[in-house]
Ligand binder design. Structure first.
Ligand SMILES: [Zn+2]
Length: 319
């Protein structure tokens, strides 16, 4: 779907070269005609995270070039097309923070408020509705992301057997409770729609390895949901090894217990050197803001420490 997108980039975020994605949120799909599962993999809900888009393009190209006889339907989606084009996390609003029920209901009722991300979201809602309308079984969704900090990649799951099972299949540490700590993510919406959904935070935004990692993760998703068979995944053991190497020595599952929310006027700055899923101790100074030191309120693992300017989550602590 195409629509007029007002462009008014934030001034507080460094623009990076974007990735060209075209006018459609559907990057491509592969369904050779055998009925079966529906698996949707989305990327680029944040426009400064092009790795997922590149990973999905590799998979689509491989399936097409090798005419792979998959089962069911695989659809690759791109989230924030405008922000991807200019390499910004978002243009007016964070697209991955406005999927709570109240926001979605208002958007459906009243239409876009003039923000770029409202238009993007409305198009996505319509595309998802069309894609899933005639599908009778469970819809599977994996949402691909990357992080501003270096550190261990992980799966964002919710605390249900379905979701934690899927997280386990993707071979990375599973973090539960983030969907409650971060209101308005796509996960919140699509879980409420009855999807079997997880997200992955796969490496640092600019790290070329993030593309390999997200590609490996996406293949495991297609395998776990029955779209492809083991023998159809190119270098399946290499793909597994990429993920297992990352997960080596890491906790299997972590539950989020604390979120340090921030506002632009706080002057929040993480102390340098924190990595995702790094062990921290109660009382340790993690960051500073206008009021002084910010200390860890408990022992645990630090999650998603913020090293970019745009964002409303300083860090999380999981146990
Ligand atoms: Zn993201």
């Amino acid at each position: 779907m195409s629509a007029h997108r007002p462009f008014s980039p934030q001034t507080n975020t460094m623009a990076r070269p974007g990735v060209e994605v075209g006018p459609s949120h559907i990057l491509g799909e592969w369904s050779p005609g055998v009925a079966g599962p529906l698996t949707i993999i989305s990327a680029g809900m944040h426009g400064n995270e092009p790795a997922g888009v590149l990973a999905l393009r590799r998979i689509l190209a491989y399936l097409q070039e090798n005419n792979v006889a998959t089962v069911g339907r695989f659809v690759a989606m791109a989230g924030n097309l405008t922000a991807l084009g200019v390499g910004l996390r978002y243009v007016d609003r964070d697209l991955n923070r406005q999927w709570d029920k109240a926001s979605v209901d208002r958007l459906n009722r009243e239409g876009p408020r003039g923000y770029t991300e409202d238009i993007e979201q409305l198009e996505l809602l319509q595309d998802f509705e069309q894609l899933t309308r005639h599908h009778l079984g469970t819809v599977n969704l994996l949402d691909l992301h990357t992080m501003s900090a270096k550190g261990v990649p992980f799966i964002v799951a919710c605390d249900t057997p379905d979701s934690t099972w899927l997280a386990h299949q993707l071979l990375l540490p599973g973090i539960t409770g983030l969907e409650k700590a971060i209101p308005g993510t796509t996960l919140e919406h699509f879980l409420a729609q009855g999807y079997r959904a997880v997200a992955v935070e796969g490496g640092q935004h600019q790290d070329p390895h993030a593309v390999d990692l997200l590609e490996a993760c996406a293949w495991m998703m297609l395998l776990a949901t029955g779209v492809v068979q083991e023998a159809q995944v190119p270098d399946v053991e290499v793909k597994r090894q990429i993920l297992q190497d990352e997960a080596q020595g890491q906790p299997h599952q972590v539950a989020v217990r604390y979120r340090h929310g921030i506002h632009p006027e706080d002057g929040f700055a993480m102390l340098p050197g924190y990595k995702n899923l790094q062990r921290i101790r109660r009382g340790e100074v993690l960051a500073r803001d206008r009021t002084g030191d910010i200390v860890a309120p408990q022992d645990g693992w630090i999650l998603l420490p913020l090293y970019q300017k745009a964002g409303s989550d300083g860090f999380f602590i999981g146990v």
